[in-house]
Design a binder for this molecule. Structure first.
Ligand code: RB5
Length: 179
């Protein structure tokens, strides 16, 4: 495992547990995409299968150019927020629309990551629980590297990051009280 310091994170640190495993069991991943992410989602599923992850595809089940990304963002977001799935991976054309929608589900911290460093940092600093990818922007090989980095990087548990995530949760609680 490569270890280097990019100024934000010692990349490669802490990746010692068995690949695809969480607390001794297979990690469960919820995946979803609209039409623009459909092809890349199929590749993500192949990567997950080959690397020992358990996953469920929350749709789209078939390529439909008229479908809408919020539907799949919501299904994946709710599956992760409920605790039924450990993490989620969502794909639309850019990763942006589907991440915006997923972030409306309380408890979801969805991050658009188009580099492996973004993926690692979103885990180590933000404890992101949904990864959003752009199917129209990413080569399949890079997307697999991003998925791998994101799945295998633990949250740092550093006090300042824990504190910031608590503040995000406070925003959610305040919004809940107003609703
Ligand atoms: C669908 O054409 C496209 O707009 C959508 O996949 C996504 O890129 C939106 O953010």
């Amino acid at each position: 495992m490569e270890t280097r310091d990019n100024g934000l994170l010692t990349v490669g640190a802490g990746l010692s547990r068995p690949y695809g495993k969480l607390e001794g069991r297979r990690m469960k991943i919820a995946v979803g995409s609209d039409h623009a992410g459909f092809e890349l989602k199929e590749n993500v599923k192949k990567f997950l299968k080959e690397n020992g992850y358990e996953y469920h595809d929350f749709g789209a089940e078939t390529f439909d150019p008229q479908d809408d990304y919020p539907e799949y963002a919501r299904k994946v977001g709710e599956a992760v927020a409920s605790g039924e799935y450990d993490r989620g991976i969502v794909v639309c054309g850019t990763g942006m629309g589907i991440s915006i929608a997923a972030n409306k589900v309380p408890g979801i911290r969805a991050a658009v990551c188009h580099t492996t460093d973004m993926a690692r940092i979103s885990r180590a600093h933000n404890d992101s629980n949904v990864l959003a990818l752009g199917g129209r922007l990413l080569a399949k090989e890079l997307a697999s590297d991003i998925v791998s980095a994101w799945l295998e990087t633990p949250f740092s548990e550093e006090a300042r990051h824990v504190r910031r995530i608590q503040k995000i949760k406070e925003i959610e609680r305040a919004k809940g009280r107003r609703a």
